[in-house]
Design a protein. Structure first.
Length: 536
């Protein structure tokens, strides 16, 4: 992707039993929300705010997402995955004369800022051929302007449905326009300057519409139609940000609960913004008594942030999720997740500051609720502070409460799940050699983590174990792994099942039921290992 990867966590696209398992990226951030323009319900990766501006139009006051993206890159983000959603937006149309009829095109991306123009000529078309024509479509920066941002050329199109270059089929490939209505019986007329006879363009009309402000339902979307959150299907991401619906309206419970559930399914973390009404730490602490989003799949940083609004020309208060995702990505550059020297202080970049001050005693109380505190400068009093998930105070496992430990567990399971997908291609004819290859792959992956210090000073034999089996009834490769926690010596268990139809991952307790299923001959060994870890 052209992005620096200081920890060597770039995932390999190839998956094979003969390859080493790669460590997947851990800070790819997905954003879902409203933008000024751009492809609708189709995720696009951007690696800078300039790239976001080119694809999605840059800052726009009705789009909190646009500001979140700016804060993300300003605070150290490297790669963002953007899903544009809209509420009733309409595309601009473009009409070309075609004899007595018309050829009508519609912008693929809805909104008032999608400025298109089209040109038709008959260059290199035989004189006797009355069906074919050449079509050029351009996106320009401003109406009637000549600064071309994108262009598509379709040579030798035809209005004949039997032709292999029938316009209705060829425009299915277009990123700029789609056909609206029926294809005319005659090809479109040339577009030319009546006085000079030179090629000219027909501009799109001003009938596009940006739609209404978003609702929770627009954010959640449809699993069947792959809209909203579900537009992220097939994309790999680690962090999810859903900026406020408008500058004044927070994301509601419906969307937050759906997003937590989706992140659990996709093995990612959701960054939840503190509500705008939490003006002080005391107000936040009172509201947290009835807070319904306690989950190891979610994190929160308080308070909101103050940042310069380039469109309004002064400092404004913003939801912090974009900046938080950026500083998490920046902190990954200081060392691996398990490093004791790694800083987890949430220090904003210059130009950004917390919207209110949080005293040290209030910070401690917020931390007990699983809420992390943003700060403008490093504090001696906060040295050694560890970031937490929103499971703090409710989860049985200490590693579920620690953000770094939770991200490490996701790194392990996502790397193994992705790297063993090759097994789907040999199912159901799985052979003993395949089982051994899968076991060896996972074993070497965990050994490499151990060599890098991921399990502390414990010997490898007391840090992890791997068991692989073939579920003949379900036709699946089953992998059970157990590994020591990074913060406290708990033994975490994860079950990964690879089927021809897909994969399934779940956390499991290493009780006798699971041990009997996977490694009955080694129950005593695993239980002794767990006991040793608990006793230190």
């Amino acid at each position: 992707m052209g992005v620096s990867d200081p920890l060597g966590l770039a995932a390999k696209e190839e998956r094979s039993p003969d390859l080493e398992l790669a460590r997947v990226p851990i800070a790819r951030t997905a954003f879902v929300g409203r933008t000024l323009r751009g492809p609708l319900q189709r995720p696009r990766r951007v690696h800078s705010f300039a790239e976001f501006q080119r694809l999605f139009g840059g800052l726009w006051q009705p789009s909190p997402l646009s500001y979140a993206i700016e804060h993300f890159f300003d605070n150290g983000g490297r790669e963002a995955l953007v899903v544009r959603v809209a509420n009733g937006a309409r595309s601009a149309t473009l009409t070309l004369r075609a004899g007595l009829g018309t050829l009508t095109l519609e912008a693929s991306s809805p909104g008032t800022r999608e400025f298109l123009r089209a040109s038709v000529d008959y260059d290199n078309v035989p004189t006797a051929d009355s069906q074919r024509f050449n079509l050029t479509v351009q996106r320009v920066r401003v109406p009637r302007g000549n600064h071309v941002e994108d262009q598509e050329i379709f040579p030798l199109l035809s209005v004949d449905a039997a032709d292999e270059r029938y316009i209705a089929r060829m425009l299915e490939r277009s990123e700029l326009v789609r056909l609206l209505g029926a294809v005319p019986t005659q090809r479109p007329d040339r577009t030319c300057d009546a006085q000079q006879g030179a090629a000219a363009y027909v501009a799109s009309s001003g009938d596009g519409d940006d739609g209404a402000p978003l609702s929770d339902y627009d954010i959640v979307g449809s699993e069947l139609e792959h809209t909203g959150l579900f537009a992220l299907e097939g994309e790999e991401f680690n962090l999810l940000c859903i900026p406020p619906l408008t500058r004044e309206l927070d994301v509601g419970p419906c969307a937050w609960l759906a997003a937590i559930r989706y992140c659990r399914q996709r093995r990612a973390l959701l960054i939840i913004d503190p509500p705008a009404l939490w003006h002080t730490a005391d107000e936040a602490l009172r509201a947290l008594r009835d807070f319904d989003y306690c989950s190891e799949q979610a994190v929160m940083y308080y308070p909101r942030i103050l940042a310069h609004d380039k469109l309004r020309g002064h400092f404004e208060s913003f939801a912090p999720s974009g900046a938080v995702a950026g500083l998490i990505a920046r902190s990954d550059e200081s060392g691996p997740l398990w490093s004791t020297n790694r800083s987890e202080e949430a220090v904003l970049r210059p130009g950004y500051r917390p919207a209110c001050l949080v005293s040290e005693d209030r910070r401690v109380r917020l931390e007990q609720k699983g809420v992390n505190t943003l700060q403008a400068v490093r504090s001696v009093a906060r040295i050694g502070v560890r970031a937490r998930t929103l499971a703090a105070g409710t989860a049985a496992s200490a590693d579920a409460q620690s953000l770094a430990a939770r991200r490490f567990a996701l790194l392990v399971v996502n790397s193994i799940e992705l790297g063993t997908r090759w097994a789907r291609e040999v199912l159901p004819a799985l052979e003993p050699r395949h089982l051994e290859r899968a076991r060896s792959q996972v074993q070497r992956f965990l050994e490499a983590l151990h060599a890098d210090g991921a399990f502390g000073a414990r010997p490898a034999a007391q840090s992890f174990f791997v068991r692989v089996s073939f579920g003949r009834e379900e036709g699946a490769l089953r992998i059970l792994i157990g590994f020591a926690g990074t913060r406290r010596p708990d033994l975490q268990g994860l079950r990964i099942v690879q089927r021809a139809s897909g994969s399934e991952v779940r956390a499991v307790s290493l009780d006798r039921r699971h041990l009997l299923e996977y490694c009955p001959e080694e129950i005593e060994w695993v239980e002794r290992l767990a006991s040793q870890l608990r006793s230190g």
